[in-house]
Ligand binder design. Structure first.
Ligand SMILES: [Zn+2]
Length: 124
């Protein structure tokens, strides 16, 4: 059994060496543990790596986080589009004298403001 223990120790040592190397490259140690060897995981840029297994690891919560970021990006785009619409309406409001037209612009502005408010609620 001595041999296999030595081998195990060697693997751990290699893992530590690789971890040090990862940290030197700017990786940070995560709170998550590797699902295979339960060693500490490291994040380097977008990759999560287990130095012990020499593998990239996908963490489910991160996947959900990515989706959340994508969703937020879409909502931010929508927010911007609505603001642009309101801006256009304000410019029209300045030039408009016809009361019917003014009423229409006013209604549209309120609609967009309501949309903006709902969006704000979704994003918070
Ligand atoms: Zn591992």
């Amino acid at each position: 059994m001595k041999e296999s223990n030595d081998e195990r120790q060697q693997n751990v040592d290699e893992g530590i060496q690789k971890a040090v190397e990862l940290m030197r490259q700017g990786a940070t140690m995560l709170n998550e543990a590797c699902p295979e060897c339960s060693g500490p995981l490291f994040q380097l840029k977008d990759d999560i790596i287990c130095p012990q297994c020499e593998k990239k690891v996908l963490i489910v919560s991160d996947e959900a986080e990515v989706q959340e970021i994508e969703k937020e990006a879409i909502l931010a785009e929508l927010d911007l589009a609505i603001c642009t619409q309101i801006e256009t309406l304000i410019k029209r409001l300045d030039k408009e004298n016809d009361s019917d037209e003014l009423m229409g612009i006013g209604r549209l502005t309120i609609l967009w403001l309501e949309a903006l408010e709902k969006l704000k609620r979704i994003r918070s």
